[in-house]
Design a protein around this ligand. Structure first.
Ligand code: AHR
Length: 322
C-alpha cells in the first residue's frame, strides 16, 4: 500500500512538473526494489541451510533487497529481528517461526506500522488471524499421513512397536507430523505407538534420544522420525547397539536430504517423506504482491512426494541439492 502510494505520488509530481504521460509511465515502471525483512529460525539441519539458500538466491533473482537475520534457535531473537524490520520500515516481513505461540505482541506492532507479514515454512497460532497475511510452506499433516500410510503397507497386519522422534516442541512440523501419523494409523491395532521423545530436529539429540529409547524398551520395530537430521543420529545409535536399521528396525523419516536418500538406496532407511526447502521463489512472488497491496492466498503449500523401498527405480531420483 505504502509503496504503491509513493510510486503513484512520484508519477503525479512528474506530471505536475510538466513531464509528459510517457515519462510519468516510465517513472511508475521503475519502482524501487522491495525491502523484505526475513527472520530465519536457525541452522539446525541441512534442510534449514537449503531453505536459507533458497530464500537468499530467490531474493537476488527477483531484485528484492533482503534484510536477513538468523535467530539461532531463539524465539526472543526472532522477535528482536522483527522489531528491527519494523524500525527500518521494510515493505514486507517474512519469518519462519520456531514455535507456534508467543507472536501476538510483535505482530500487532507490525500491523500498527502497516507492514504485511508472511509466515514461511512454519505457522503461528493466534486468536487474531489478521496479524499475518498468509503462509507458504509444506503440508506437515499430510507428511505425517504419508508416513503412516507407508507403515500400514509395510506392516501387512504384523504387530509392530513404534517409537517416534519428534521435532521442536510447539513447532508446526512437530505438531502436524505427529497428528497426521496418528490419524493415518488410527484403527490399525497392530501398530502400537509405544513412546515419543523430542530430539529438537537435531542430529546429536536424535542419537541421544534413540539410546534412551533402546534402554527403555525391549522391542522396537519401527522408528518414525520427524526429520532426517535426527534420523541420522538415531541410526548411529541403532548401529552401535548392534541393530541393522532398515531390517531390524523399520526407519521412516521426513525431509529428503541427500544423506537420507543414499541410505534409502542402501536399504538402511525404508521410507523418506519429502519436505521441500526450496520455497524462495514463491516467497518472493507473495512478498511482491503484498508490497503492491494485493491479497494473497491464506495458505500456499508445496507439492511433495514420498520415496520408499517400494519405488521401482531409486537410482532415478535426481540429486537433492541438500
Ligand atoms: O520446518 C521444517 C523442518 O525444520 C524440517 O523438517 C527440519 O529439517 C527443520 O529443522
Amino acid at each position: 500500500m505504502k509503496r504503491c502510494a509513493i510510486v503513484w505520488l512520484l508519477a503525479l509530481c512528474l506530471l505536475l512538473a510538466g513531464c509528459g504521460a510517457q515519462e510519468a509511465q516510465e517513472a511508475r515502471i521503475e519502482e524501487p526494489p522491495i525491502l523484505l525483512g526475513f527472520s530465519q529460525l536457525g541452522w539446525e539441519s541441512a534442510w534449514r541451510l537449503a531453505n536459507t539458500q533458497s530464500i537468499k538466491s530467490a531474493a537476488d533473482a527477483a531484485g528484492v533487497t533482503l534484510m536477513y537475520d538468523n535467530a539461532e534457535q531463539k524465539q526472543e531473537r526472532q522477535i528482536k529481528a522483527i522489531r528491527s524490520f519494523i524500525a527500518y520500515q521494510v515493505d514486507v516481513i517474512a519469518f519462519s517461526p520456531i514455535v507456534e505461540t508467543g507472536w501476538d505482541n510483535v505482530l500487532q506492532e507490525a500491523k500498527d506500522a502497516g507492514i504485511p507479514v508472511l509466515t514461511t515454512d512454519r505457522m503461528i497460532s493466534t486468536q487474531d488471524e489478521s496479524l499475518y497475511a498468509g503462509f507458504i510452506g509444506s503440508d506437515f499433516r499430510q507428511e505425517g499421513i504419508a508416513a503412516g500410510e507407508f507403515l500400514i503397507e509395510k506392516a501387512q497386519g504384523r504387530e509392530l512397536n513404534i517409537v517416534e522422534l519428534s521435532g521442536t516442541l510447539d513447532s508446526t512440523p512437530m505438531l502436524h507430523r505427529a497428528e497426521g501419523f496418528r490419524e493415518a494409523i488410527a484403527g490399525h491395532d497392530n501398530l502400537k505407538l509405544i513412546d515419543s521423545m523430542s530430539g529438537d530436529f537435531l542430529r546429536p539429540k536424535g542419537r541421544e534420544c534413540m539410546k534412551v529409547l533402546l534402554e527403555k524398551h525391549d522391542r522396537i520395530d519401527v522408528l518414525y522420525s520427524h526429520n532426517d537430521a535426527m534420523t541420522l543420529g538415531a541410526i548411529s545409535a541403532l548401529e552401535d547397539a548392534g541393530l541393522v536399521p532398515g531390517e531390524d528396525v523399520i526407519i521412516i523419516t521426513v525431509d529428503g536430504e541427500q544423506a537420507a536418500i543414499d541410505l534409502l538406496k542402501e536399504g538402511r532407511i525404508n521410507c523418506v517423506v519429502e519436505c521441500k526447502p526450496q520455497i524462495g521463489e514463491t516467497v518472493m512472488e507473495l512478498a511482491e504482491k503484498l508490497a503492491a497491496g494485493e491479497e494473497i492466498p491464506r495458505y500456499t503449500y508445496s507439492e511433495e512426494r514420498v520415496f520408499s523401498e517400494f519405488d521401482d527405480d531409486l537410482d532415478a531420483i535426481a540429486p537433492r541439492g541438500y
